[in-house]
Design a protein around this ligand. Structure first.
Ligand SMILES: *[C@@H]1O[C@H](CO)[C@@H](O)[C@H](O)[C@H]1NC(C)=O
Ligand SMILES: *[C@@H]1O[C@H](CO)[C@@H](O)[C@H](O)[C@H]1NC(C)=O
Ligand SMILES: *[C@@H]1O[C@H](CO)[C@@H](O)[C@H](O)[C@H]1NC(C)=O
Ligand SMILES: *[C@@H]1O[C@H](CO)[C@@H](O)[C@H](O)[C@H]1NC(C)=O
Length: 398
């Protein structure tokens, strides 16, 4: 059996009887069942954790720069990467190389405690740069910020995982891990989820929705481009396809004010190599992810305290937006109206295209701008307003 770790707060156990925090996973009748690792699960959901072993084989960009030993060398590299193109600096890319790796993916699966048939549709959610899988499952003020709770209440099941390099999933070099790594992982995971091996009481999902946040949406979009039959529906949250006018790469690399993650917080990130970075402080988080005054400072504090490191490879490759016109399922792109990262601060006029053209054969393609938010749409006050847009899109199109 391929499941390495399984079934917690288990089948037949009342999730509501398992309060958040320590011991949540230990209230079953079998004391040898390992404890759940996530600090919180919604009471309306029956949740199980898995460690999914996968093998990936893919082509990746071979970067043409030296690894930095410390923050000083990192800062010079960031200056080099963002120097005006007319300076004629050498390319930071030296072709592509083939990569193979065995990894483990830490995942959670949550399904309604009162299933009505809709739970056979599984939303496979990929988080972005910044958080881990808890992005979808906020322990902080879950009535306001927990997508899993909302989707489960609407009847759906959600499978969400730590991307490789984050949380409890396996780690690789930050100079290697990049967009195509995430695509290779998602292709394998989607196939694994389809089998029903990692979906607890849902024996075999009937429909698969691929959903992303930010970098996770770029992974999802690229996965759809490579394998258009992989999903029935795609939901791209906090995504922008307009690389000419929407994504300002140099601006982002500068405003993130990156530091070597292991040097910023050795306790949490000490096992990652120097290719893993994190923004310098919570005001860098606020500048890149939040729109004043539409958020609570406690939500920012929660996001900052649960942040994960990101790899330089992910940052340098995320803005890759191929054509997806072979996809014929339903597609929703939902992004905040004043998204700083994917719209350079203002989405109207740069959001619908070229996404609409790429998804011209989707049935239907809907582009939606959420008011009063920036990139961390999930942690602005009206997060549930956007959740409603997503679940009602699923209700209409599935
Ligand atoms: C508990 O579960 C494990 C894994 O399924 C099993 O190997 C073990 O025998 C169980 N122990 C008891 C006391 O039921
Ligand atoms: C570029 O890649 C080639 C092939 O992998 C390698 O032989 C060469 O050393 C690389 N050049 C630099 C400057 O890294
Ligand atoms: C890689 O960088 C070196 C200098 O750092 C440069 O000489 C070389 O041309 C670059 N390789 C490519 C493929 O651009
Ligand atoms: C919350 O979001 C929903 C969905 O976008 C929107 O219809 C509603 O007007 C928003 N509410 C506020 C107070 O902005």
């Amino acid at each position: 059996m391929a499941i390495a770790t399984a079934v917690l707060c288990a089948l037949g156990v009342d999730a509501a009887a398992c309060p958040p925090g320590a011991g949540y996973g230990q209230s079953g009748t079998n004391n040898t069942t390992p404890a759940l690792t996530q600090p919180y699960y919604p009471a309306n959901a029956h949740c199980v954790e898995y460690t999914v072993p996968i093998s990936i084989s893919y082509d990746r960009v071979n970067f043409n720069f030296s690894q930095w030993p410390d923050n000083s060398a990192l800062e010079q590299s960031l200056v080099d990467f963002t120097t005006r193109p007319t300076a004629g600096f050498p390319s930071i890319v030296n072709g592509t190389v083939h990569e193979t790796a065995d990894c483990t993916v830490a995942a959670s699966f949550c399904t309604p405690r009162k299933p009505d048939g809709k739970e056979m549709t599984v939303i496979l959610a990929t988080h972005g740069i910044g958080p881990g899988r808890a992005h979808w499952n906020s322990a902080y003020s879950p009535d306001q910020y927990n997508f899993v709770q909302y989707a489960v209440e609407a009847g759906y099941s959600v499978f969400f995982y730590d991307r490789v390099g984050c949380g409890e999933s396996s780690k690789a070099s930050g100079y290697v891990t990049q967009l195509s790594t995430g695509v290779a992982v998602l292709q394998q995971l989607a196939a694994a989820v389809r089998t029903g091996q990692y979906t607890s009481t849902v024996e075999k999902p009937s429909k698969l929705v691929l959903m992303g946040f930010s970098f996770g949406s770029y992974i999802t979009h690229n996965t759809i481009a490579a394998s258009p039959d992989i999903a029935d529906v795609v939901v791209l949250t906090t995504f922008g396809a307009n690389l000419a006018a929407g994504v300002n790469g140099n601006g982002l690399l500068r405003s993130f004010v990156p530091r070597v993650a292991a040097l910023s917080n050795a306790q949490r990130f000490g096992l990652l190599d120097t290719g893993y970075l994190t923004w310098v402080d919570k005001y860098a988080l606020v500048e890149n992810y939040f729109k004043y005054p539409y958020y609570d400072t406690n939500a920012v504090a929660y996001v900052e305290s649960t942040k994960e490191a990101f790899s330089i490879g992910e940052f340098l490759t995320f803005a890759t937006v191929p054509d997806t016109s072979s996809f014929t399922g339903a597609a929703l792109a939902i992004t905040a109206e004043t998204d700083y990262i994917v719209c350079d601060g203002y989405c109207p006029g740069v959001f619908d295209e070229p996404a609409k053209t790429y998804y011209k054969n989707a049935k239907p393609f809907v582009a939606y701008l959420q008011p009063e938010a920036s990139h961390h749409r999930n942690f602005h006050r009206n997060a549930t307003g956007a959740y409603e847009v997503i679940t009602s899109f699923l209700d209409r199109t599935l």
